[in-house]
Each structure stands twice: as structure tokens, then as C-alpha cells.
Design a protein around this ligand. Structure first.
Ligand SMILES: [Zn+2]
Length: 313
């Protein structure tokens, strides 16, 4: 079977201008859901021991907890009677705080400065192109100092001379989560602060991420067993120790972003998923959902490059 991984569902005007690819257009998303409708099962069902994952079943998941999941994806899922699982990052929701990559985009796009200097390097931000270049260069600078991301972003707020407020938050609220959980949407944890678990040396910090996010979800949607989705999700982003901690904390299953089919022999604490982005044309979506992916992964990539379809048709 296949587990699909989405992040955002939004029209182009509302998508992140620096990372447009993460937001699937709502009309396209609806067509995608119609294509797979008959095959979708709740993710929770697929991790049960009796479930045969050699079937053509598909589960739909979303990471991060963006508000556009509620505004655009939720009505489409409801209309087409499709279950889905969302993994929000609970402390960001609680504090109305954007992720660092969205904060950085906000600073780069809103600044009135023509250039800034950070760590001895000048970044020009006068034109759209310069802003985009600066965003990607600074993203690399921030990810290299990920453990201190809050400090780095605060320093950047000062040099860009832009302050973010809770109203700028792109994430859903507890109210949205409550409303969606009353109608076939289930929730799991994506950590409390989206920390890359493989970067955390102290297992107590990992445990804290797992416990606090679980507690926050319990407070809102009751005493259920939740699943977990490793922040960033590649093989290098989690460790055997963090997987052990996920099991220890009583999570039902855990999702990665490793691109593979989900087989009967796979651990339910390392569930592979297939990412869907705005760049997926109809053909690549069908290849991803209807063929033995990722055996065809490289073929798809070549096709994608050739057909780099701007539109769904
Ligand atoms: Zn994430």
C-alpha cells in the first residue's frame, strides 16, 4: 500500500512564495482525491496486525498542521468522504508561532531594507530575485545552526528590522483540530517544536518532545492512542534511540518521509511515505499512486523534468 504525505493545500496566491512547491492547488487536490477515493483507508487501520498491506490501499497524511489544511483540504476530504491524518506541531500551534522557514520568508519578503548583513556576509534583498536567493542562502545558514534556531531567527528579525506577530501565524488552531476530529480526520504528533530528533543528544529532550505534544493533543481530542511523524522524516533525521522513545511513550505508530511503499514486513514505527507536491502533474501523481513506486522513482523524476507541468492537465 501507499501512504501519501502532503504539507500544504492552497492556491498559488496563498502558497509560500519561496517554497511554492509545498502547496498543492485545491482544485488539483480534489482531482487527486477523486482518483484514489475508492482505495483510501484510515492510516490507523493500516497499522493493525490483520491489515494486508500488499493491497492497493492508500492512506492520506499531512505534516505540520497548516491552517490551509482546514480551509482547503478539509472540505474536499469531507465532500469525498476521505479519511486523513494530520500531524501538527503542538507548541507552535499553542504559541501561534510559525516554523523557522516561514518566519525567514516573512522577514525576507516584508523587509524595507535593500540589503542586510549577517555573520559578516551581505545579502541583497531589493528585488524579487535577490529576495529568493537570500532566502535560500539564509535557509542553509539557519539549518546549519538548527539547535539555536530561535536565537538565529531573533538576530535576523533585528537585522531585517521586521517583527512577526501571532496574527501572522500560518498554522491551524485547537478549534480547527477539534472540529476536524469530529469528522473523519485523525491527529498525531509531529513533536512539540519540530526538532530534528537525530540532532538531540539528550534523550530527555526527545522524551519531552514526545510527551508534551501527546499531552496537548489529549487535552483537545481526548485520551486516544496517537501516531507520530518524525520531523523532517528522512533516515538521517531520526535514530534507533528516538524510535525506541516513540514506542516507550505509547505511540501507536510512527511515520517517516522515506520514499517507499508500506509493506507487511515494514515496522509500523518507520512507516514510509510518498510526498506529493505542487510539481506533481497528473502523470506523476498516477505513477506515484498506481505503479510500483519507488522502483519507478528515477523514471518519474526524468519524466517530471521533461513535462515540468505547470498545470494539472
Ligand atoms: Zn514537518
Amino acid at each position: 500500500m501507499k501512504i501519501l504525505l502532503y504539507h500544504r493545500v492552497a492556491p498559488i496566491q496563498e502558497a509560500s512564495s519561496m517554497m511554492v512547491h509545498t502547496a498543492v492547488d485545491p482544485d488539483v487536490f480534489e482531482q487527486q482525491m477523486k482518483l484514489i477515493q475508492k482505495r483510501v483507508v484510515p492510516l490507523e487501520e493500516s497499522v493493525e496486525p490483520h491489515f494486508d498491506r500488499s493491497s492497493k490501499a492508500i492512506a492520506v497524511t499531512f505534516d505540520d498542521g497548516y491552517l490551509d489544511n482546514f480551509i482547503y483540504a478539509f472540505p474536499i476530504l469531507k465532500r469525498n468522504n476521505i479519511p486523513a491524518t494530520i500531524f501538527p506541531t503542538t507548541e507552535n500551534i499553542e504559541k501561534r508561532a510559525n516554523f523557522w522557514w516561514d518566519k525567514l520568508e516573512f522577514l525576507v519578503t516584508k523587509t524595507n531594507r535593500k540589503f542586510i548583513k549577517y555573520d559578516g556576509i551581505q545579502y541583497n534583498v531589493a528585488t524579487e530575485n535577490q529576495k529568493r536567493e537570500a532566502y535560500h542562502a539564509l535557509s542553509r545558514v539557519v539549518s546549519r545552526q538548527e539547535q539555536y534556531v530561535d536565537i538565529v531567527i531573533k538576530e535576523l528579525e533585528i537585522v531585517f528590522d521586521v517583527m512577526t506577530t501571532p496574527e501572522d501565524c500560518l498554522l491551524m488552531t485547537w478549534e480547527h483540530i477539534k472540529e476536524m476530529s469530529a469528522s473523519r480526520i485523525t491527529f498525531g504528533s509531529h513533536g512539540s517544536t519540530h526538532k530534528r530528533l537525530s540532532l538531540i543528544g539528550d534523550t530527555r529532550v526527545i522524551t519531552k518532545e514526545l510527551q508534551e505534544s501527546k499531552r496537548a493533543l489529549h487535552d483537545i481530542i481526548g485520551d486516544k492512542r496517537f501516531g507520530f511523524s518524525y520531523p523532517y522524516g528522512r533516515e538521517t533525521d531520526y535514530t534507533p534511540e528516538s524510535t525506541a522513545a516513540v514506542i516507550e511513550e505509547g505511540y501507536q505508530y510512527a511515520c517517516t518521509a522515506v520514499v517507499k511503499e508500506f509493506k507487511n514486513t515494514d515496522s509500523i514505527y518507520e512507516i514510509p511515505r510518498i510526498g506529493i507536491s505542487r510539481n506533481d502533474a497528473r502523470i506523476s501523481f498516477r505513477l506515484k499512486t498506481e505503479t510500483s513506486y519507488p522502483n519507478l522513482y528515477h523514471k518519474v523524476r526524468r519524466l517530471l523534468k521533461k513535462h515540468k507541468a505547470k498545470s494539472w492537465e
